[in-house]
Design a protein around this ligand. Sequence first.
Ligand code: KIV
Ligand code: ZN
Length: 546
Amino acid sequence: MSVAEVQAVPANAAPERVLIFDTTLRDGEQTPGVHLNAPEKLEIARQLARLGVDVIEAGFPAASPADFAAVQAVARAISGATVAALARALPQDIQRAWEAIGQARQPRLHVFLATSPVHMQYKLRKSPPEVLEMAESAVRLARSLCSEVEFSAEDATRSDWEFLAEVCRRVVRAGATVVNIPDTVGYSTPEEMRRLFRFLGQAVPELREYGAILSVHCHDDLGMAVANSLAAVEGGARQVECTLNGLGERAGNAALEEIVMALHTRRDYFAAQARVAPPRLATEQLYPSSQLVQSLTGVFVPPNKAIVGANAFAHESGIHQDGVLKERSTYEIMTPASVGVPESRLVLGKLSGRHAFRERLRQLGHELDGEQLSRAFQRFQELADRKGELSDADLVAIATGEAGPVPERYVLRYLHVVSGTGTVPTATVVLSVDGEERQDSAVGDGPVNAAFRAVQRLVGQRAELAGYSLRAVTGGADAVGEVTVRVRNDGRQYLGRGRSTDVIEASVQAYLHALNKMAEDAKTAGDFGNEQPVPKTGDEQPACVP
Ligand code: KIV
Ligand code: ZN
């Protein structure tokens, strides 16, 4: 069939719901500099389940022992959503992924293999018939283990369409229940995506025969990931893969919050064009989810980011303000409440009780209990004593300080810094290291540098400081400052966060948080017998190919 003969979606088709496949924990974690440990992945996964996504891709178990452990923890903990794990089309990867997710209530194996000429020739060094064979046998193996199998044709949009259709036919016959068509390098355009999906819908009758669906997965290299994903839905895709805040490799993936709100807000359009119903998500959990991911990854969205940016619902010009006051819909196509942006400026203060504190945190997407809640409430009372009233941002800052707890090998006991004009900045630090108190002092170019040097002398770590950033998370001169520190060791980066009204203390806390994660990771690697990490996706090495 020629591409020109491709038809639109039949007008009498019954409306179908678009499934949301979240890959924040896998492709999102491939954002340069982002590394999430198991408790952090678990916290995000729980929030994704609250949000109501259909599939949570928890990671790539063959990539490292730490990722294996994190995927396994997510698989065991989550109910109400399918938990997927990624694997190259190699038996050892597929087995490893299955070991990690086999205990999930609804597991899915996600196998990928490149199908474009450039990937097959230079990366895989395989001929098209060999790739067909490899895809089919990988899917067959995966399906012998798991009843849900997704196959991704990596770099699909730069593949020959007829060859891609043949790959789809073969993998569906071999047992794939979902066939994903990634725009791996963000190269396609909306019109091209619409046509490609219509073409595949017709050229692969096996999709209907075997009850399999098409999925789309777009990257944002040319800024078209969301538009391309929505166009694919118009062309027949029934699953969209995306990430919170658009995190992901290079320029990122399609942003989940934008896809979901486009399908909701323009349900009329998508019902008419594509016969689809919007995803079944608790959209008021979008903003809390975005906040959580920002604080755990250290990647902050710009203020003008659609749906979740600080200005997404702010009206600046007089004409707009006047319009909104008279009738909101003049300039607002969605309400802030519909995506969970807190409308009330409700503030909690030192007289607020533990119940109100916990309830407000829950509304903001942070579910704390037991010890975590007690510690957070204590910090809330201390801060409320100093500041009087605390805003939502203060509360999120307190709650995320409790997120992703890491065993604390290094604990700050005391910090004294001398700095000022004409003074050599000097810091004295007392740390508890494995329960033993140690003290040292150092000078530096500034107070933070001096404090970091003192910490380095105490912990004896040679890890390289790969990044440092400071931002005010709340307003006013008594704002809580949030410091994000990245530490690099053996090719891995560890993100640490610290928050305090004292930015030097916040800096030291962030540094220790990163060092504690590094120490924990080294321990986990030891537990797994020091296996070498496999590179992240896109690196099928010929040596590993059977
Ligand atoms: O972008 C891509 O092709 C991927 C696949 C592994 C699905 O992330
Ligand atoms: Zn991707």
